[in-house]
Write a protein that binds this ligand. Structure first.
Ligand SMILES: *Cc1c(COP(=O)(O)O)cnc(C)c1O
Length: 363
């Protein structure tokens, strides 16, 4: 009988999630905002595990959480006793009773939602969303004006917060920031005595302009730089490491991978790892990303396949089967990979696949 020597995980690659860094990031954001800061844990905590993140933030005193869907809130509700747990996408008709029954806070995105909650909300808290530039969800300008002119319409509705969402807070030069700040002032004036919630991750770094009673950061908690172009004030949260499956020597002029889009210009060594676009290592990284070995950049060559990616390790004879290549890590984090994939850190995080072994670094 042969002994089992290598662990059989879902994939040989592993994703390290530094929960201590997430908690530290929440503290950094709280200090910066100078007012309560929620944890946005939609999309399974930006791919890192909503339950994991929510549990740790709750243990550290976070008492406000946001998700996108009612189903996400239902799966977290029991773990967050007494905390506000709010649903950005709000209610579908007929779901009001589920919100009430489970103590989940709807974001009311229209006057129709407001009317429905007055009837069915049984005095429970809700958040009213005013659109100030996204044209996505929330009361539009006409609805806002109608409500401002008729405050009786919201009598009997228990509004915990009035919120809006920022369009381009990560771009300091975007004129829309000043426009939205002006509209935030209108919101404050229209809802005297009701708390406000304005800033996302990047909005927190505008300090006074978008300060409110509750900030709603997601990305920055998970290490994405909320101030692009400036040093990242957040701690890195994820590391993605993949062991080499095989190293092969190829002659000059040998193509590598689907469609042979990369052709070796010299006799080369190619290392293959078990990470592909099905794991969120996006196909658009083909020919553009680099991994790290001992701090050295290792170029990705050829097309990223569904389950595999190939690297040119010709200049690194120490790389052998089993050698760990770091695909995401300090110095080449989520934002750097996002730039190589022509996307943002949010998409990199939420695309991280389900096949990695996940190693949590605790507090
Ligand atoms: C996702 C989301 C946030 C969090 O945004 P980040 O940029 O990740 O901080 C805040 N508010 C709303 C309405 C959102 O949809």
């Amino acid at each position: 009988m042969s002994a089992l020597t290598a662990p059989i995980g879902p994939s040989p690659a592993y994703l390290e999630i530094d929960v201590a860094a997430i908690v530290a990031n929440w503290r950094i954001l709280s200090a910066r905002h100078g007012a309560p800061v929620a944890g946005v844990v939609k999309a399974d905590g930006y791919g890192l595990g909503a339950q994991l993140v929510a549990d740790h933030l709750f243990a550290q005193g976070c008492r406000h959480f946001f998700v996108a869907h009612l189903s996400e809130a239902l799966s977290l509700r029991a773990a967050l006793p007494g905390a506000m747990l709010a649903v950005f996408n709000g209610m579908l008709a007929g779901q009001e009773g589920v919100f009430v029954q489970h103590g989940i806070t709807p974001v009311l995105n229209s006057l129709a939602d407001l009317d429905a909650w007055r009837v069915h909300g049984a005095g429970h808290e809700a958040i009213l969303h005013i659109d100030t530039g996204m044209s996505r969800l929330g009361l539009d300008q006409d609805e806002f004006a109608a409500l401002r002119g008729d405050p009786a319409r919201r009598a009997g509705v228990n509004l915990a917060y009035v919120m809006t969402h920022l369009v381009s807070a990560e771009q300091p030069d975007a004129p829309v920031n000043r426009q939205q700040a002006a509209r935030c002032a209108q919101i404050r004036a229209a809802f005297p005595g009701i708390k406000t919630s304005f800033a996302n991750s990047s909005g927190i770094f505008w300090d006074d302009l978008f300060r409110s009673d509750l900030a709603r950061p997601g990305a920055a908690l998970y290490g994405v730089n909320p101030t692009p172009g400036r040093p990242n004030p957040m701690r890195d949260v994820v590391r993605l490491v993949a062991p080499v499956l095989q190293v092969r020597a190829i002659a000059a002029e040998t193509p590598v991978g689907y469609n042979g889009v990369w052709i070796a210009s010299r006799p080369s060594k190619i290392a293959t790892v078990a990470v592909g676009y099905a794991d969120g290592y996006l196909r658009s990284l083909s020919g553009r990303a680099t991994a790290r070995f001992d701090g050295h950049p290792i170029p990705l060559v050829g097309r990223v396949s569904m389950d595999l990616a190939t690297f040119d390790v010709t200049d690194f004879p120490a790389i052998r089967p089993g050698t760990a290549l770091e695909l995401i890590g300090p110095g080449h984090g989520v934002d750097a990979l996002a730039a190589e994939a022509d996307t943002n850190g949010y998409e990199i995080l939420t695309a991280l696949g389900a096949r990695y072994e996940r190693r949590v670094r605790g507090l």
